[in-house]
Ligand binder design. Structure first.
Ligand SMILES: Nc1nc2c(ncn2[C@@H]2O[C@H](COP(=O)(O)OP(=O)(O)OP(=O)(O)O)[C@@H](O)[C@H]2O)c(=O)[nH]1
Ligand SMILES: [Mg+2]
Ligand SMILES: [Zn+2]
Length: 279
């Protein structure tokens, strides 16, 4: 008999498939390798229920790679402000990549307790800006965080040591995810979280993924990068050229809005760095 389920965990060649409330450990059939298809955590699959084989993978709505997860609704970008220090570059890189994959990004700051009042004020300006352009922004201490997970698949992303596992443990005290000490000398953590697993908490499924240290823009073109800086899209019709890259072109509305402060300077600078890295 064939049944439909969802892959919630992978350990080498064992795929753990949730089927009608039961977990079946399946092996992929040889044809997947022949087709160059790799089953991902998050995939909806058809299995041979008696013999524990993966037979088919349903078409994915979206996918993230390194770590691999399919059919993701939202990504919480866990953003530490100290150890590791706040990097608007990394935040913008994650935002533009997640937008490109048509997944909803959510920003969550951590470790605000470790910084001075003036640094907190500096971070507050970023928070306000990201909210203004339409993103949900939280602190890891916000009680309302518990409400965002119901009926969704959520991936936790962010640098190693940013506090992903710590936050998940706080949201669900039964989880007991391993958390790590951060090497102060390097200002960054060792990877404590090793493999991807979808865990049922707060009415949804959550993946605590290993820290992305360098999520890459590899598969994105310059135009993809431009189009996924979401606030630029409000103004671009006012640029002289419809294909304006907002770089050296005259009469560019984006550059004008950076001058007036309506577009955050660090966003524009990171944008330039990202498109220049494509040369
Ligand atoms: N002061 C302070 N420390 C925190 C906070 N959140 C996490 N930490 C500490 O930061 C360290 C790293 O936290 P983890 O939760 O292991 O980080 P992670 O993002 O899961 O890291 P990886 O699994 O390596 O990707 C731990 O020692 C936590 O106790 C916070 O809000 N404030
Ligand atoms: Mg972790
Ligand atoms: Zn322009």
């Amino acid at each position: 008999m064939n049944k439909r389920g969802r892959i919630v965990k992978q350990l080498s060649n064992d795929y753990f498939v949730e089927v009608e409330g039961e977990t079946i450990v399946c092996k992929p059939r040889g044809k997947f390798r022949k087709l160059g298809l790799t089953p991902f955590v998050g995939d909806f699959v058809i299995i041979d229920y008696e013999n524990h084989y993966l037979l088919e993978i349903e078409k994915r709505r979206n996918e993230l790679i390194r770590p691999s997860v399919a059919n993701v609704d939202q990504v919480v970008i866990v953003t530490s402000v100290e150890i590791p220090t706040f990097s608007s570059n990394l935040l913008d890189k994650l935002l533009v990549t997640i937008e490109y994959h048509r997944i909803v990004p959510i920003i969550c700051f951590t470790k605000l307790d470790l910084v001075s009042e003036s640094e907190r004020e500096r971070i507050e300006k970023y928070k306000q800006y990201y909210r203004k352009i339409g993103y949900q922004v939280y602190d890891n201490t916000d009680a309302s965080l518990t409400e965002i997970f119901a009926n969704k698949v959520t991936v936790f992303a962010g640098q190693s040591g940013a506090g992903k596992s710590t936050l998940l443990n706080r949201l669900d005290e039964t989880l007991n995810l391993k958390t790590g000490e951060v090497s102060v000398a390097l200002g960054r953590g060792r990877h404590t979280t090793r493999y991807v697993e979808l865990i049922p908490i707060l009415g949804g499924l959550i993946a605590d993924t290993p820290g992305f240290s360098s999520l890459d823009l590899q598969e994105m073109s310059k135009e993809d990068i431009r189009d996924n800086f979401i606030e630029f899209n409000e103004y671009r019709h006012l640029c002289r050229y419809q294909d304006c890259m907002h770089r050296n072109e005259e009469d560019c509305e984006i550059k004008r809005r950076v001058q007036t402060g309506e577009i955050l300077e660090s966003r524009y600078e990171n944008y330039l760095k990202f498109i220049d890295s494509k040369n």
